[in-house]
Design a binder for this molecule. Structure first.
Ligand SMILES: C[S@@+](CC[C@H](N)C(=O)[O-])C[C@H]1O[C@@H](n2cnc3c(N)ncnc32)[C@H](O)[C@@H]1O
Length: 215
């Protein structure tokens, strides 16, 4: 069974893990570092934002950006709002409960849409991609990052040498068992006739796959 929205106790545990876990913190920092030189003004949307660490990190790096984060889980939205207030960016980072398959924003609204480690939860991924296309400005991009489980032995060994055996075991065996995608699954989805982006790319980042979608 696919769990889409993370319920309250799980949300608190996830928020704690994501704030302490080196692989999750590194992903957040790497994506923020990719966004901020590309975009210094405009609106960014984070889908399945969870505790909101990514838009909060981006807001701290780029004072000219307005950020919106949405999540299906009311508990996550509450935690994300508290985290933004704690970091003093609540005026530029707003969070609300919403489904990525039914976005509460007008057409052609965002300069960039991002998402980390949420895509594998989406029960209606094609509807989500259609909504992303609708709220994105023309010629602008969405970057969707998720963990892949079809990694090579070389990638797994590299991950182990970076994070140590214990963290690598937790991530490569336990987390990925139910929180991951394969290249084949992503390619099959992007081959669907319902996909209306002008360009779609799948970029291999070791244990992470990045979908680059251009409207
Ligand atoms: C594993 S957490 C990732 C959180 C955060 N993006 C991160 O990288 O730490 C996945 C999040 O996606 C949210 N989610 C799942 N399906 C969703 C959907 N259809 N629309 C919005 N949020 C969704 C869940 O509630 C959960 O908070």
């Amino acid at each position: 069974m696919k769990i889409e929205s993370i319920p309250a106790p799980g949300a608190r545990v996830y928020a704690l893990i994501a704030s302490k876990s080196p692989p999750l913190r590194d992903l957040c920092k790497a994506v923020a570092a990719e966004v901020t030189p590309t975009l210094t003004t405009g609106r960014v949307l984070d889908l399945g934002t969870g505790p909101g660490y990514l838009p909060i990190e981006i807001a701290a790096r780029a004072p000219g950006l307005e950020l919106e984060g949405i999540d299906l889980s009311p508990a996550m939205v509450k935690i994300a709002r508290k985290n933004a207030a704690k970091k003093g960016v609540a005026d530029r980072v707003r969070f609300q409960r919403a489904n990525a398959a039914d976005l509460p924003f007008e057409d052609d609204y965002f300069d960039l849409i991002i998402s980390t480690l949420s895509f594998h939860h989406w029960s209606r991924p094609l509807d989500c991609l259609t909504e992303i296309n609708r709220v994105l400005k023309a010629q602008h991009e969405a970057w969707i990052y998720d963990a892949r489980r079809d990694t090579t032995n070389e990638v797994n060994a590299e991950f182990r040498s970076e994070y140590g055996r214990f963290l690598a075991f937790l991530f490569l065996k336990l987390v990925r068992a139910h929180s991951s995608v394969t290249l084949r699954e992503i390619e099959a989805l992007l081959a669907s006739p319902e996909i209306i982006f002008s360009i779609t790319n799948v970029i291999d980042r070791g244990v992470i796959l990045k979908l680059q979608l251009v409207k």
